[in-house]
Design a protein around this ligand. Structure first.
Ligand SMILES: Cc1ncc(COP(=O)(O)O)c(C=O)c1O
Length: 380
């Protein structure tokens, strides 16, 4: 068995067709898109074609799509610029957000720009919508930043419901959609949202390229100052091959989405079933085992405490399995998962996040479960 990659929420292998689409941009179409000669204009046209394709898939206008260096920059731009440009004095988020959101909001709070509220969670880690409404009702000029799909436990948020609440209370709504982009359809004519984001490396595209959707009604000023690129919204020569790869990866994802989803969902269901029936003391973190309310690409498993708990991921690695995880933070330490800590998962229990892609197979899942069974039998 070749090495098995089950860490697709961290990053995905690139699709061969994406690499093929990018190669000409490195080999021959090397002009600077800001140059007005033919070399430059050709590349500018390529960028605009990519933007149009992405906008078309998301059912929005190309004028609302801005390329960034990835998810982190897109999140930072939306949060920092909307707080400063719209006179936001209060932000609502959850303790389960990615650090691209949490650390940015905490920084803005530390600078005295906003008061930061954390919405309460239910015992599975879902947002308490009643509490969200209380926080919205009691505070004017609010930014809500809540992720669509959690990168560690997979919990999904209903963007329609939160978008409607934000509209009802006049709040700005940003969602970190890095883990759902290209895995679920986002229809921006239907969604009531100001900002959402994508990162190509999470859907078989290249690293270091992403985008920010900015609703035309929520215009912000630049986060990165410089040249007039991205219609004066982000200075810096464009990552042309990245942009081409991003658009190609999104096109491939949209054209095969239903089929890939069915395949990956079946892998996840098989793993849940085999782990629950063949191993004692298994738990699933958050709502990870709920196929309706969690990402089909993520399964976060909590294993019984054992002496070898610290060595668990290493043990998987030497058995040719790449997965990630760890455990909740022990008291007084911030090493470990802030998400599992917020969910009160015991730090004694090793947790592993298995995350799947269209390239994984039933044979791989069976091999991984067999290995887990033998590792745990040995350590028991
Ligand atoms: C939910 C979420 N948000 C943001 C990011 C950051 O994206 P990028 O690596 O493109 O900066 C990630 C990537 O790990 C993520 O999973």
């Amino acid at each position: 068995m070749n090495r098995i990659y089950l860490d697709n929420a961290a990053t995905t292998p690139m699709d061969r067709a994406v690499i093929d689409a990018m190669l000409p941009m490195m080999e021959s179409s090397f002009g600077n898109p800001s140059s007005i000669h033919t070399h430059g204009r050709e590349v500018r046209n390529t960028i605009e074609r990519a933007r149009k394709s992405i906008a078309g898939l998301l059912n929005t206008s190309p004028a609302e799509i801005f390329f960034t260096s990835g998810g982190t920059e897109a999140d930072n731009t939306a949060i920092v610029r909307s707080i400063e440009d719209f006179g936001i004095t209060h932000a609502i988020t959850s303790r389960l957000e990615h650090h691209a959101v949490l650390h940015t909001l905490e920084y803005m709070a530390k600078k005295g720009k906003i008061k930061l509220s954390y919405v309460e969670l239910d015992d599975k880690g879902h947002i308490d919508l009643t509490h969200l409404e209380v926080l919205l009702r009691d505070n004017p000029k609010t930014l809500v930043s809540l992720m669509h799909g959690n990168n560690e436990i997979g919990n999904l948020l209903d963007l329609n419901v939160v978008g409607q609440l934000c509209e009802d209370y006049g709040a700005i709504f940003h969602s970190d959609t890095v883990q759902t982009m290209a895995h679920y359809r986002h229809d921006l004519q239907q969604l009531k949202i100001d900002f959402l984001v994508g990162a190509a490396h999470k859907f078989h595209g290249p690293k270091g390229i992403g985008f920010l959707y900015i609703n035309a009604k929520s215009k912000i000023t630049p986060f990165i100052h410089g040249g007039s690129q991205e219609r004066n919204m982000r200075g810096g020569t464009e990552n042309v091959y990245g942009i081409v790869g991003l658009a190609k990866a999104l096109e491939i994802a949209y054209s095969g989405m239903d089929e890939h989803r069915k395949h990956v969902e079946a892998l996840k269901a098989r793993m849940i079933h085999r782990l629950s029936t063949e191993l004692d003391g298994i738990e699933f973190n958050g709502d990870s085992a709920n196929l309706e309310r969690s990402l089909y690409t993520v399964l976060n498993v909590s294993f019984p405490p054992s002496e070898e708990a610290d060595m668990f991921l290493f043990n998987l690695d030497i058995n040719k399995i790449s997965a990630s995880g760890g455990s909740a933070c022990t008291s007084g330490s911030d090493i470990g998962s802030h998400v599992l800590t917020a969910l009160n998962v015991s730090p004694e229990r090793p947790s592993v996040r298995f995350s799947f892609s269209k390239y994984n197979t039933v044979e791989e899942i069976d091999y991984v479960v067999d290995k887990l069974v033998s590792i745990l039998k040995v350590t028991a």
